[in-house]
Design a protein around this ligand. Structure first.
Ligand code: NAP
Length: 249
């Protein structure tokens, strides 16, 4: 039977990969985002407008779907809307270590995970490390100044959003699995190493200075709470991602 899947946030970095993978696997795909979408009867993917922060358009978007992949947050409107729509399988992307890093966005995602797990909706949650594009965008911003400040003692384990999108699509086509094993990129690199790779890829020279980040969030990142070295399952290293994109992302 053809699965009907809603991808909330399906025009975003990871969402659009999920959409492509589901479509390639023969699913009937609907995409929800806030943008206005032109009706295109030739497109195999249906685009609908809605907002997960207000609940607008969610009932229509969820109508008749077997699964929802949430590549967006928060979940406080989407979860009740899914319950009302006949409890489709809800697949949610979360972030490694959110219970250990007292960063407000992470705390909100932790609350979303709890809401989903206690809602009665059949669910699957995949936590991943930061995407290559996200780390790259951060480095690009820091490299704007001739002196590049780098959070002292921090490392990242960037993962390719294409691999994450493929994993989410596969989970949406499978049975609800609860919290599945975390997904991390293939290597943990210090911000100094990441900055070196980025600067070489874009052909820039910058004076790199370590910036001590005070407070509990700074400490949590220094402790590596957001890393999953024992789940280094991603295949695409940051250097290859930079090669492929030439640092333009
Ligand atoms: N980026 C990372 O490194 C990373 C790592 C691990 C987990 N994640 C998680 O992955 C998810 C997606 O991240 P991403 O980087 O792919 O995000 P993104 O590129 O910013 O895409 C967000 C998507 O959600 C839509 N959207 C945003 N606000 C919305 C709203 N209020 N109602 C409906 N749609 C909305 C956006 O389209 P419109 O703007 O048109 O609405 C877009 O399609 C997030 O939950 C994030 O926490 C990200």
């Amino acid at each position: 039977m053809v699965k009907r899947v809603l991808v909330a946030g399906g025009t975003g970095r990871v969402g659009r990969i999920v959409v492509q993978r589901l479509h390639d696997a023969g699913a009937q795909v609907r995409v929800l985002s806030r943008g206005r979408h032109r009706a295109d009867s030739a497109s195999a993917v249906q685009y609908v407008t809605g907002d997960v922060t207000t609940g607008a358009g969610l009932a229509e978007a969820l109508d008749g779907v077997d699964a929802v992949v949430a590549c967006v947050d928060p979940m406080d409107h989407l979860v009740p809307a899914a319950l009302a729509a006949g409890t489709p399988h809800l697949v949610y992307i979360s972030i490694v270590g959110i219970e250990k890093v007292p960063f407000s966005y992470y705390q909100r995602k932790l609350a979303d995970e709890k809401l989903i797990a206690e809602s009665g909706v059949p669910w699957t949650v995949l936590r991943t490390t930061q995407f290559h594009d996200f780390v790259g965008a951060g480095l690009r911003m820091l490299a704007k100044s001739p002196v590049m400040p780098l959070p002292a003692g921090w490392s990242f384990q960037p993962v390719d959003a294409r691999e994450v999108g493929a994993a989410l699509a596969e989970l949406a086509l499978g049975e609800p699995a609860g919290r599945v094993p975390d997904m991390g990129g293939p290597e943990v690199l210090s911000v100094g190493e990441l900055a070196g790779l980025y600067l070489a890829a874009v052909g820039k020279h910058r004076l790199r200075v370590p910036l001590p980040v005070p407070g509990r969030v700074g400490r949590a990142f220094r402790s590596g709470a957001h890393l999953a070295p024992d789940r280094a399952v991603g295949a695409v290293p940051f250097a290859r991602y930079l090669d492929e994109t030439g640092g333009r992302f």
